[in-house]
Design a protein. Structure first.
Length: 133
């Protein structure tokens, strides 16, 4: 998972490594998140990681959505997110939420198409989005 995050680092707006220690983040996702993964051979090419800690108003939190550049545009993120949404529904959650940088136009389009709606925008340019289930 660490190799995947490192390979995809610059695709995040701003780069993920500018916000978190990738090794620590990778370990945290492995230990605590529910992960939906797409593999090609031995390569992790797509990853969605969610935290399903609280069924209350906060709902499940989507911590990571990433697809390696050579595999982008093939519907991998959409399919992984659909699996994640189905999983959260199966657990009885009423919502999911995430944060996305306003410059991540493709990601915003995906989340809107899946039914997520903006709920807030911070001064740093990140947009909070929520999906009511």
């Amino acid at each position: 998972m660490l190799r995947h995050l490192q390979a995809h680092d610059d695709a995040f707006q701003p780069p993920l490594s500018s916000r978190v220690n990738l090794e620590d983040y990778s370990r945290k996702l492995f230990d605590n998140a529910v992960r939906f993964e797409a593999w090609v051979g031995n390569d992790l090419v797509g990853l969605v990681a969610i935290y399903c800690n609280s069924k209350d108003e906060d709902g499940a939190f989507v911590s990571n959505v990433s697809v390696l550049a050579g595999h982008a545009g093939k519907g991998i993120a959409r399919r992984l997110m659909q699996f994640a949404i189905a999983h959260v529904v199966g657990l009885g959650f009423s919502s999911m939420h995430l944060e996305v940088d306003r410059r991540a136009v493709r990601a915003m389009h995906l989340y809107l198409a899946l039914g997520f709606r903006p709920t807030a925008q911070s001064e740093d340019g990140s947009i909070s989005m929520r999906l009511r289930i």
